[in-house]
Every structure is written in C-alpha cells, then in structure tokens.
Write a protein that binds this ligand. Sequence first.
Ligand SMILES: Cc1cc2nc3c(=O)[nH]c(=O)nc-3n(C[C@H](O)[C@H](O)[C@H](O)COP(=O)(O)OP(=O)(O)OC[C@H]3O[C@@H](n4cnc5c(N)ncnc54)[C@H](O)[C@@H]3O)c2cc1C
Length: 310
Amino acid sequence: MTYSLAIIGGGPAGAAAAVYAARKRLHSIFITKDWLGQSYVSEGIENWIGTPKISGLDLSKSLETHAKEYAKGIIDFKEGELAARIEKSGDVFKITSTKGSYEARAILITSGSSRRKLDIPGAAEYENKGIIYCATCDGPLYADQDVAVIGGGNAGFESAAQLMAYCKSVTLLSRSEYKADPGTVEAVSKNPKVKLVQFAAPKEIKGDTFVRSLVYTDTKTKKDIELPVTGIFVEIGSFPNTDFVKGLVDLDQYNRIKVDAHNQRATIIGGGHGIWAAGDVTDGLFHQNNIAAGDAVKAVEDIYLWLHAK
Ligand SMILES: Cc1cc2nc3c(=O)[nH]c(=O)nc-3n(C[C@H](O)[C@H](O)[C@H](O)COP(=O)(O)OP(=O)(O)OC[C@H]3O[C@@H](n4cnc5c(N)ncnc54)[C@H](O)[C@@H]3O)c2cc1C
C-alpha cells in the first residue's frame, strides 16, 4: 500500500500535521518514537497560545489526543518506532523504520532534536546514576545535596534556578562566556547557594555506584579541579534528528534540514519534490512549540495542493 503522506515525529509539529492531514482526508502513516515533544520536561509552559499555563507533560498528552481525534481510518499511527532510512524510489518514498517498511508519495519530517550528551570518561557509565539530562524531572531527588550544572546557556541557568530551590549548593560550569539572557544570569547569580564557574571544561566523572565528583579543567590556568557532587545536570544543547535523511535532502552546517520558509519544502538531492520538514529539525530561525505547529500546518497545506496537482 502506498500512503499519500508519511509524517515522522510526534512533537508539536507532528501533532499539528496529523490534525490537518486527518481533516483533509490525506491517507497517512505517522511514525514516532513517542509523543514527548522536547518541552515535556517543562513544569509550566506559558506561551502555548490559547492556554495560559500548561505543564510540558500535559501539553504532550493533549497534542497526542488532538492528533488522534479526527484520524480514525485516515492515519495509521506507528508508535514506539523510529524512522531509520528514507529513500526515493521513482515517484514514491520508501521508509524503513525500526519495525517495518512503508511507502508514501509525500514525506513530512517533524523529528525535532535531541539532547547533546556529555562525552567524557564516566559520562556513559553514570548516566541515570548521577548524570541527569532533566532538572525538572529528576532534580527533587537531589534535595539537600551538592550538584553541578554543565552549560552556560538559558537551559543551564534555568536548571540552576530550579535546583537552587532545594539543593544544598549548585555549581554552574560554563566553557565560555555565558550565552544565557543577562537577566537570567543576574537572577541566578544572586542566590548564595549558586557558584558560577566560567572557562571550565568537564574532564571526567568519578564515583562508585553513583557519581561522587566531577573533574574539570580551568582552561585559563590549565589546572584540573575535582568538585565533590552527587548530581550533574547536563545542559549542553541539542542536535537535529536527521540521520535518517542524510544524503537524501540538503542539510545546513548543523545538519538541520534546509527548507523554503514559504511552504516548508526541503530540497531533494538529485532533484524532484515530495519532502517537507517543520519544527526544530529545520534551519528555521526560531524554534518554539507554536512555530513548530504553525510550520507543520503550512507544510500540510502545501502537501495537499501538491498531491492534488499531481
Ligand atoms: C526544556 C525545554 C523547554 C522548552 N520550553 C518551551 C516553551 O516554554 N515554549 C516553547 O514554545 N518552546 C519551548 N521549548 C522548545 C520546544 O520544545 C520545541 O521548539 C518544540 O518541541 C519543537 O517541536 P518539534 O515537533 O519540531 O520537535 P520535538 O518536540 O523535538 O519532537 C520530535 C518528535 O519526533 C520523535 N522522533 C525523533 N526522531 C525520530 C525518528 N527517527 N523517527 C520517529 N520519531 C522520531 C521524537 O520522539 C518526538 O516525538 C522548550 C524546549 C526545551 C528543551
């Protein structure tokens, strides 16, 4: 069977695409690892338009519910499944996933991005044993303990702001100048529990069953410093989930899919049309929930016209 459309990814972009595809009766396959858009870890999202405040988890649940509401008999959902490769084969695309293979005439990629992991000795060994990628989710487990946050961007400072409410001390390490908003830096730095360390390159994580310390290098003095901490919260950015389309569509220097901002079309290497992308996976200038959803709507509108003009 050849589907009209394949949607890859169940964040806000994918959910918005499902709603529009269902209402347009586009027979689609929807492949997603999960329904957890990146902001699911957020305690309170205050800028999802039409909803003054919602937790990230509740937003994810409502997106899933909405995506499925009008989809019966129109969209086949494949959950817990990852797109592993997409190839062009004549007029259709072949999608190989971790569980099967499918064909579709058009593809909309909404696979977003994933958190960058720490790559130093001990990092893999102590993941979930003191190395954490979500302060909101796991921070309370470290109440009254000494913890470190790695990352000098907004995410790092926001994590520190959450942790300082209940941790004994929070040391925030940044490799370079802070990239966070000056207002956030100022607010966090005023808290006596927080220590800010700049020009600190993480070197090694030590422990027994759980993390006991973090070794970092002061890049100015070249000295190694061992910081006794039981929790290390990593906030060092993210990367787009585009491995499965490498060589198929044009990517930018950060491996994000280049799109035409008018209609979200991607450029297929070797020519032809049929692939769109929306949300954080693209080279769009701004990445937000509302933008991801809006871009996906734009894409489905264009996909519908393109399929019916064929
Ligand atoms: C901590 C945090 C807080 C945030 N807070 C806000 C906020 O308050 N307001 C705001 O507007 N934005 C916020 N953002 C940004 C916002 O979360 C993103 O812009 C938005 O989630 C992007 O949506 P998306 O659909 O493009 O991708 P994502 O949300 O990344 O969703 C991608 C989906 O694709 C799936 N997937 C990935 N790879 C594959 C694959 N190969 N095959 C199948 N499925 C795949 C994933 O499992 C996921 O379901 C926040 C981000 C973070 C990290």
